[in-house]
Design a protein around this ligand. Structure first.
Ligand code: G3H
Ligand code: 13P
Ligand code: NA
Ligand code: ZN
Length: 328
């Protein structure tokens, strides 16, 4: 059944678990996520980005998610719109039947320009009013995602601030977070702790100075009842980087957010954990490996099936590690 984000995250807080929120663009991702959830008895958050809407189109995405609900009626599913850059975009998603939307007012409508507190609180409040009237949940964001090593947002295209950010923007301030929750009434709050979107998050395995799990503890102390969201939370599995590079790929040395650090964060109020890149890496690795071993194969179902299996294994791992398993 389709449920709101609020319903799911309230349950997650009560029972102390976190929920991975996987981005979906196509049938194979949707199937991998649902098969993993079915196998581990986990509730599901699937999210559609602006890039996903551009690729698949909103109707296809919507019906892909509704098809998942139909095939797996026993699994609760949140249909979430990721990184909305304006109230108008969120309104369209609400009209389309999304049960949750993110208003990311930390950046402007271009998805790049860092905005000030008053703008962010204003647009987010507007979306909360609209969404709550329809039973739809809202995620807001305070602080800007970006690397504490370089000050850069990480991703070139897609959602991410442009230019170099300073330390105060890259680490969410607990007082400001508390004020924001009070001013807007959001159901969940995305925070900045040094993660960034995409595969290039850290140039070395992250330590506390560049992945600020300690900051989450400070924020949680200040707003213990708020559901916190971690973006840019792919772990960038070294084994998949190896497979990609072994079979003709060229991805440089890079590190993601270790699963055990996310597990630690879940003890301090993190309830939603956004993951996109890991599924991209797994499907690319699976296709490269299959193509190398089966050069005469030309049925897309053969290699796309490989991607489903590879992505499903990652989803199962995250459902189990975050304590989501058994809570459907
Ligand atoms: O927000 C970032 C997600 O990884 C989505 O990326 O806009 O390329 O689909 P995308
Ligand atoms: P990753 O790029 O780390 O998978 O993050 C995805 C995300 O935060 C989507 O909003
Ligand atoms: Na989101
Ligand atoms: Zn994000």
């Amino acid at each position: 059944a389709l449920i709101s984000m609020r319903q799911l995250l309230d349950h997650a807080a009560e029972f102390g678990y976190g929920v991975p929120a996987f981005n979906v663009n196509n049938l194979e991702q949707m199937r991998a996520i649902m098969e993993a959830a079915d196998k581990t008895d986990s509730p599901v958050i699937v999210q559609a980005s602006a890039g996903a809407r551009k690729y698949a189109g909103a109707p296809f995405l919507r019906h892909l998610i509704l098809a998942a609900v139909e095939e797996f009626p026993h699994i609760p599913v949140v249909m979430h719109q990721d990184h909305g850059t304006s109230p108008a975009i969120c309104q369209r998603s609400i009209q389309l039947g999304f049960s949750s939307v993110m208003m990311d007012g930390s950046l402007g409508t271009d998805g790049k320009t860092p905005m000030d507190y008053d703008y962010n609180a204003g647009v987010t409040r507007e979306v909360v009013k609209m969404a709550h009237a329809c039973g739809v949940s809202v995620e807001g964001e305070i602080g800007c995602l970006g690397s504490l090593e370089t000050g850069m947002a990480g991703e070139e295209d897609g959602v991410g601030a442009e230019g170099v950010l300073d330390h105060s923007q890259l680490l969410t301030d607990p007082e400001e977070a508390a004020q924001f929750v009070k001013d807007t009434g959001v159901d969940a709050l995305a925070i900045a702790i040094g993660t960034s979107h995409g595969a290039y998050k850290f140039t070395r395995p992250p330590t506390g100075d560049i992945l600020a799990i300690g900051q989450i503890k400070e924020i949680h102390k200040r707003i213990p009842n708020c559901h916190l969201v971690m973006h840019g939370s792919s772990s960038v599995p070294q084994e998949w980087l190896k497979v990609i590079n072994e079979f003709g790929g060229d991805i440089g040395e890079t590190y993601g957010v270790p699963v055990e650090e996310i597990v630690e964060a879940i003890k301090f109020g993190v309830r939603k954990v956004n993951i996109d890149t890991d599924l991209r890496l797994a499907s690319t690795g699976a296709i490269r490996r299959f193509m190398a071993a089966n050069p005469a194969e030309f049925d897309p179902r053969k290699y796309l099936k490989e991607t489903v299996g590879a992505m499903r294994d990652i989803c199962i791992d995250r459902y189990e590690a975050f304590g989501t398993a058994g809570n459907a």
